[in-house]
Design a protein around this ligand. Sequence first.
Ligand SMILES: [Fe+2]
Length: 384
Amino acid sequence: MITSFGVFVPIIMGRGASYRTGLKVRELGCKKVMVVYDKGLKELGITDVILDNLHNAGVETISFDGVVPDPPDTIVEAAAALAKKEGIDGIVAVGGGSAIDSAKGINVLMNNEPPIMKYFGIQKNLKKGVPMVFIPTTSGTGSEVTNMCVISCTSMGNKDSVVSPVCVGSLAILDPELTIGLPPKLTAATGIDALAHAVEAITGGQANPLSDALAREAIRIIAKWLPVAYRDGKNIEAREYMILASTYAGMAFTNALVHLGHCIAHALGASFHIPHGIACAVTLPEVIEYTSKTEFKKVRMICECLGVDVSEEATAEAIGETARKALRSLIKSLDIPNIKELGITLEDAQKLAPKITADSGMALAPYRITTAGVAEIIKHAFDA
Ligand SMILES: [Fe+2]
C-alpha cells in the first residue's frame, strides 16, 4: 500500500513558552497582529500577559474578543472585515478550539471574498492569508496542528469545515501553565476529545505509520495522566503531558482523520447542544468495539496503550469487548455522563442514525455500517 503523511506546524513547548510569543511573532515578520480570544480568557488574565508580551516586542495589536463556542460564520466574517480594515499582517489565537478555528476562518477571508461557506470542503487553491500563531489553553481539540477549521453556518443551521493550507498555523506554542486554570469538567471533556481523535485515527481507513505512532503515544499518555489532571488541575506534570498528548492526537487525526465516533458526536452536538468532548465520549467505547470486527490488531494496540492485557488467543470479539470495558472505565472515572444522564431519550438519540450514516466522515469507518447498526451502537451506549 502506498501512503503519504506529514506534520505541518512547527511547535515550541514548555512551561512559560508563551512568553516567547512576541519574539516569535516578530521573527515571522509581523508588525501588527489581530489577537483572537474570548472574554472569559481575558478575565483569567491570560490574554493581558500575551498582549503585553507582544507590545514589549514592538508588535502592534488589535484585539478580537468575540470568540464563542462553535464559531458562527457571521462572527468570523465580521472579525475578518475588521482585520482587513486594520491592515493586520498576522493573527495570534489564544484559547481552545473555538478561538483557533475562528482565527483560521479569519485567515481564509483575508484574501478570499466572503461568505466563508463558499469554501467549505477541501480547498487547494485559496489565496494565502497571513502568518498565524496558535496558543492553546485547553488540551483536546488539537486544532493548533490541523489543516482545517470547523465553522457553524447560521443560515443552514449546521457545521462544516474548510480544509486548506490557509488553515495551517505558522507556529504552535504549547505552554502547559496556560491550562492550569481549566476546570475539571472541561479538562475531562477536552481530554476525551483528544482520546477520541487518537483511537479513531488508529482504527480509520486512512491510518498510516506516523498517525499510528502518534495515536498510540497519545492514548498511553491520556490513560495515565488525564485522570490525574482531572483530579488535580494544578499538577503541572499532568498538564504538560496532556497538552503534548492533545497535540500528538491532533497530528494523528490531521493525517488519518476520524470516523464514526465523531460522526455521532457531531450529530448529537448539533441536535442537543452538548459539548463536543462529551458527545465524543458517550459512544466511543461501543464505536471501538464495532471497529474490532475488522481492525482487531489495531484495537489490541489500543488495549495495550490503555494498560489492559489481552491474551494471545483472544478473538476479535473478545478484543473489542476488552477495549470497550477499558474505555468505559476511563470515561466513568472522569464522571462524564452517558446519553441517558444527559437527559436525551433513546428514541431521540436513535432518530439521528440516518443523519450519522449519511455523514461524509463515514467514508473512513473501517467497514460499512447500516443505519440500524448505528442505532444499535447508540442503544448499547445509552445508559452504559
Ligand atoms: Fe474532536
